[in-house]
Design a protein around this ligand. Structure first.
Ligand code: FAD
Length: 492
């Protein structure tokens, strides 16, 4: 059978993740050509990830120590949120599980019942990732008992993947895409036309051209759903600073009066950024705020970015699939963009069309699943802005007053009434993520599952005490995170 000619337009994180995964998985069943333009460059941000990336790298057969050494990566156990609830508070959204669930009642019910009976240890005390993050510790534990992701240099990650993809047969073409040629009969994309008259023909095209969305929107007009009314931030500045101490295994998201600031520690430096809503803050003031709040010597010029939160209405349209920023962007608060790239690429591989025409059923299924992912991420992000006691600025008052999607309203109110939260349809963020943010943002459930009241005082004290001790003992035995990373990379 003739191999599928797959053309990847763009060589940022999305383009090279796609090319590397496709070339590794399909081998001779496809040819992969990637077109990128050094003159245009990449967006150059995107350093904080979530745990499924560990699985993605394993799927590609990547050696973790080599990858970490090549990308200056550190381990990430969660995100510390400062000042989101009332302007003077802190909570941690840690990966992994907190406590131990009963099949009918999650651990939060036992914790709430315990609190009512005088057990005052915070919810996070029962999470291994939470405690290890705050203690600055890390090690690989048997059975992946410590859930983690990476904080990495995205430019170096793309370079690392490029080397892999090229080894696996991907052809890289340097050049600027000047136009997209459509097939006069079918309306599908026939070829990319490059500056200087070169053409790149293909059967399937992945649009990884970033915010430009040259193929999916520029040529095919797939449409865009604007979510700015729910996620109002539209501007960002990124810059790098020198490290002032050992890298911690968590990302920080610090709320400000019209947005928030990130801090992402890598081995050799720290990634910093400021995300804000331009309706309430000018670009120069935003830069001043960021510079006033970074630690360590500033190493780079500020990188100014504008974006519109929302999603491409059809992620797969005709013979083109949007991957990465061309498919939409929902701001980086929970580090979900690289993950959505991964989801799109793996989903595409699962739904790779057989020879002949593309089935509209494949396309519809892909689009439904992608859209569901994005809606779920969207709701989780809105939660951080909506459920807060902050009313100190016009920005926060707008967030508090905005109507939210019914899907999110149901989740918030169910938790407030009953302390229950459910994961639906393979949702990315599971119950334990929702719970930490719901509690962290200040929701006090009115009641809890009656099963937790079935335990006597002694039984409840034993349950909570045992879980608490297990976490403390395990964390006490872990090495400092920065030492562990240095040793791992030295042996790469
Ligand atoms: P880009 O990096 O923009 O790549 C586009 C590619 O297309 C480039 O190679 C470019 O040269 C090429 N191209 C474009 N036009 C042409 C043309 N005409 N001809 C030839 N080539 C062309 N994600 C996370 O997961 N975690 C984070 O912490 C995070 N933080 C972020 C912070 C901010 C402020 C922003 C805006 C995004 C953040 N992201 C984050 C998202 C992340 O940066 C992107 O998902 C990721 O970098 C993928 O980008 P991309 O490859 O789609 O686009």
């Amino acid at each position: 059978m003739t191999p599928r000619r797959i053309v990847v337009a763009g060589g940022g994180t999305a383009g090279w993740m796609a090319a590397a995964a496709i070339a590794r998985t399909l081998g001779r069943a496809a040819t992969v050509t990637l077109v990128e333009s050094e003159a245009i460059g990449t967006i150059g941000v995107g350093e904080s990830t979530i745990p499924p990336i560990v699985g993605f790298n394993r799927l590609l057969g990547i050696n973790e120590a080599e990858f970490m050494a090549a990308t200056n990566a550190t381990f990430k156990l969660g995100i510390v949120f400062d000042d989101w609830r009332d302007g003077d508070d802190r909570y941690l959204h840690a990966f992994g599980l907190t406590g131990k669930d009963h099949w009918a009642a999650g651990f939060q019910h036992y914790w709430l019942a315990g609190r009512a009976r005088g057990h005052h240890a915070p919810f996070g005390d029962y999470s291994l990732e939470h405690q290890a993050a705050l203690a600055g510790k890390f090690a690989h534990l048997p059975d992946d008992r410590l859930n983690y992701a990476y904080q990495l240099d995205s430019g170096l990650y793309a370079k690392f993947l490029r080397a892999m993809a090229e080894r696996d047969g991907t052809t890289r073409v340097e050049g600027k895409i000047a136009s997209v040629e459509l097939d006069g009969e079918t309306g599908d994309i026939a070829a990319l036309m490059l500056d200087g008259g070169r053409r790149v023909d293909g059967d399937l095209f992945l649009d990884c051209t970033g915010f430009r969305a040259l193929l999916i929107e520029g040529a095919l007009h797939a449409g865009f759903d604007d979510w700015t009314h729910w996620l109002p931030c539209d501007s960002a500045i990124a810059l790098q600073t020198a490290s002032i101490g050992p890298a911690v295994p968590y990302t920080r998201a610090i709320a400000h009066d019209a947005g928030w600031q990130w801090r992402i520690p890598l081995q050799h430096r720290v990634g910093n950024g400021y995300v804000w809503c331009s309706r309430y803050l000018g670009r120069d003031e935003a830069l001043d705020r960021l510079l006033a709040n970074v630690e360590g010597e500033v190493l780079t010029e500020p990188n100014h970015l504008r974006f519109t939160t929302g999603v491409r209405r059809r992620q797969w349209h005709r013979n083109c699939i949007a991957v990465g920023l061309s498919g939409g962007f929902m701001e980086p608060l929970e580090s979900t963009s690289i993950h959505l790239i991964q989801r799109a690429v793996l989903r595409f591989l699962r739904m790779l069309p057989a020879a002949g025409p593309i089935s509209p059923r494949d396309v519809a299924e892909f689009n439904d699943q992608q859209h569901a992912d994005m809606v779920q991420v969207r709701d989780f992000l809105i939660l951080h802005y909506k459920v807060t006691d902050r009313r100190d600025t016009a920005f926060w008052r707008q967030c508090a007053a905005m109507p939210v999607p019914d899907s999110l309203k149901q989740k918030i109110e169910l938790f407030r009434d009953t302390a229950r939260v459910f994961r639906r349809n393979e949702e990315l963020f599971a119950e334990h993520s929702w719970m930490q943010v719901l509690l962290g943002q200040g929701i006090e459930p009115k009641t809890w599952h009656p099963l937790a009241d079935k335990l006597t005082d002694e039984e409840l004290a034993r349950l909570l005490g045992t879980l608490h001790d297990q976490v403390s003992r395990t964390v006490a035995g872990l090495p400092p995170h920065a030492d562990y990373v240095a040793q791992l990379c030295a042996n790469a």
